[in-house]
Structure formats: C-alpha cells, structure tokens
Design a protein around this ligand. Structure first.
Ligand SMILES: NC(=O)c1ccc[n+]([C@@H]2O[C@H](COP(=O)([O-])OP(=O)(O)OC[C@H]3O[C@@H](n4cnc5c(N)ncnc54)[C@H](O)[C@@H]3O)[C@@H](O)[C@H]2O)c1
Ligand SMILES: [Zn+2]
Length: 354
C-alpha cells in the first residue's frame, strides 16, 4: 500500500509517496524532458533499472561520496544539462542519497535561474531527512553546506526496496537521523528504535522501516510547512548537527554524516545534563539507544576541544559569534540555546572523549 504525505507550501506544495514499489511511479514523469542525475555507486546498482523505468532525455553520473559534493560537481551537472539543451522547463531527477539530492536540487535551483526537480532517495538518510524540505547545496573547504539554496522538489518518491542494497553502515546513518527526530519531537518514535535494534541493523527486517520513514517524513513535512526558511521551529532539526558537522569536518569526511550526528547528539546530551536541562538518566537513555544501533557515542581523539569549538564557530546557524545549539529538554522535546559559555561546551566535549 502506498502512503501519501502532503508538504503544505501553498503553490509549491508537493507530495511524498512512500511504499514498496513507489519507484514505479517514476514512469509517470512524462510531459517534460527529464535529466537524471545519480552517483557512480547508485548507477552501478540501479542504473539499468533507471535506464528502463525512468523516462529520460539525458543523464549525468558523478563519483560517489561526500568529497564530491562541491561547487565544481554542480557546475559539471549544469554544463551537461546545457550540452543536452535542457531548458528551464526541464525536470531534474535526483536518484541517490543525500549527496545526489542536495547537489541535484542545487543545480536545479540555479540552472537557468530555476528548473524543477524530483527526489528519488535511495539511502535511508535521504528517505527520512534530506529528500524532504528543499534544503539544497554543496560543501566548501571552509565548511559543510555553506553554499546552497532553498528549492523545493515537485515530488518525492520513497521506495524502501532500495534499502536492500544499502550497506549496514549507511543504514545506521539513516537510523541516527530518525533517532534525532525522535529526541526532538516524538518519544514514541524514539522508543520504536529502542525496540529490537538488531532487526534494524544486523539482520534488517525491511518491513519495520516503512512506518519509521512515514513518521519521520510526516514530522519533517509539518515542520517545513510551518517554517520553510528556518526562522524558528525548523532549527530544532539541527539537533546534534553543530557538533556533528564539526566532527565530520575534522575527520575530513571519512565518517558518515549520520555517525557525526550520533556523536553530536551525545555531546548535546552531555551538555544538557550538565546544564540541568534534562536528567542524567535521559542522557544515558539516549546514549544507550545510539550505541545499541551500532553508532558512535565517543568523540574521536583528534577532535580536540579547541578544534571542535573553532569548527563549530563557523556553523552558519550562528549569529554574532555566539554558537547556536539545539539542546534536549526530554526525549521528545528540545530548544535552541545561544548563551552557553565556551567553557561549559568544552567541559562537555571533554567528557564525551573516548
Ligand atoms: N538537505 C537536507 O535537508 C539534508 C538533511 C540531511 C542530510 N543532508 C546531506 O545528505 C548527505 C548525506 O546523505 P547520504 O548519507 O545519503 O550520503 P550519500 O548520498 O553519499 O550516500 C552514501 C553512500 O551510499 C551509496 N548509495 C546510495 N544509495 C544506495 C543504495 N540503495 N544501495 C547501495 N549504496 C547506495 C552512495 O553511492 C554513497 O556511496 C550529506 O551531504 C548531508 O549534508 C542533507
Ligand atoms: Zn543530518
């Protein structure tokens, strides 16, 4: 059965379709010329399916990996589109994980000042987070996602069948984002991840993923509809990310985004416990759930306190030099805090080191 969730954004409203077989709806992407964008790994695994089932007037494949999420790759995507004579009525189709989605969306946002695009996410992380909400962009050496645009997709097709080829480590990264959504908005979602974690990681029971994806998308759709440009509540979705982006950056992107978020949530949880924003017991519960999913709960040694603070200060959510942090109040609620002293943050980071 197919589930449909509306993202209520007026004349830019769109639908998220979720369920086994949702990818078959790509056959209905007719009426306009489609430009398929994917990465080398997805092309290897799903390229022949895409060639047969997604109507397309051209395609572009770039090397897989966060390292390639750069302005240069976006320029290559746009040049390929121009070479193939796509006009602004083109429909860009992003088939892949968050890297493909973020870059294809950004290329669509700037190609001829704006073409449409459709998301067909193939990683769990992209299914529960990056494919919904219209944040697009690329990394530069100075920081992650520092160049980008808000550009909403026209449709999102989420098919859990893609998960069958996803390595366990990537599955875990997606689970980290679901856990994040649970901590900030929904205790029941969090508890669902605490239940039999092995059936989500070691021996995945894919049927369990559909309700998790649906609930995550439902919450994200509500948040995006209420605050598309992140003036308020949407900022809560950055829980664990200010710390996590710093870890990713200091690790030269050798760790997955979800792993960064996982250890970032541990940092935020530790800090919140020290500040008395939530109880030590809740911080421990969060840490146990993260560890049970096989995600990291300790900062790598090279992420020293000064290096972390310096990397965090570059975060684009900051204003006037103060580090903006999302901190939990309980499992199911969080808030943005801009007045935590560096010394407090440093002490919490010290405690999260291995
Ligand atoms: N725009 C947003 O709102 C938002 C939200 C969260 C994360 N992000 C971004 O998403 C990115 C991370 O996304 P990701 O984890 O999907 O990374 P990714 O796109 O790099 O995918 C991870 C790896 O899995 C491979 N892969 C993809 N689908 C596969 C499949 N079905 N089977 C086997 N392998 C497959 C990819 O080729 C890649 O090697 C980061 O750049 C992050 O900043 C954006
Ligand atoms: Zn994220």
């Amino acid at each position: 059965m197919m589930e449909r969730i509306q993202v209520g954004l007026g004349d830019r409203a769109y639908e998220i379709v979720i369920g086994p077989g949702a990818r078959a709806l790509a056959a209905d992407l007719t009426g306009r010329r489609n430009f398929l964008v994917t990465d080398s790994r997805v092309a290897e695994l799903w390229g022949s399916w895409a060639a047969k089932e997604i109507p397309q007037a051209g395609s572009f494949v770039f090397p897989a990996g966060e390292r390639h999420k750069t302005p240069e790759t976006v320029v290559s995507i746009c040049r390929r589109a121009a070479e193939l004579r796509f006009d602004r009525k083109a429909r860009f189709v992003a088939l892949g994980g968050g890297v493909v989605g973020d870059m294809t969306g950004f290329a669509a946002a700037i190609y001829m000042r704006g073409a449409g695009f459709v998301q067909i996410p193939t990683t769990l992380l992209a299914m529960v987070d990056s494919s919904v909400g219209g944040k697009t962009g690329v990394d530069i050496p100075e920081g992650k996602n520092l160049i980008g645009a808000f550009h909403q997709p026209e449709q999102v097709l989420i098919d859990p069948d893609f998960l069958a080829t996803l390595p366990p480590g990537e599955l875990r990264c997606g689970l980290a984002e679901i856990l994040k959504t649970g901590v900030i908005f929904d205790e029941a979602l969090f508890a669902e991840l605490e239940r039999d974690p092995d059936s989500l990681t070691v021996a995945p029971d894919y049927a369990r993923f559909v309700p998790l994806i649906r609930r995550s998308c439902e919450l994200k759709a509500q948040v995006v509809a209420a605050d598309e440009r992140e003036a308020g509540i949407r900022a809560l979705l950055n829980y664990g990310h200010t710390f996590g982006h710093a870890v990713e950056l200091l690790s030269d992107f050798s760790i997955g985004h979800g792993e960064g978020v996982a250890v970032g949530m541990c940092c935020a949880g530790e800090l919140a416990a020290r500040l008395g924003l939530w109880t030590r017991k809740e911080a421990e519960r969060q840490k146990r759930a993260i560890a049970a999913l096989g995600l990291p709960v300790a900062l790598p040694r090279h992420c020293t306190v000064p290096a972390m603070l310096e990397a965090m200060r570059r975060d684009k959510k900051n204003r006037d030099g103060a580090i903006a942090l999302v901190l939990p109040r309980r499992i199911g609620a969080a808030e943005v805090n801009r007045d935590v002293a560096d010394a407090e943050i440093g002490a919490a980071l010290e405690a999260v080191h291995a």
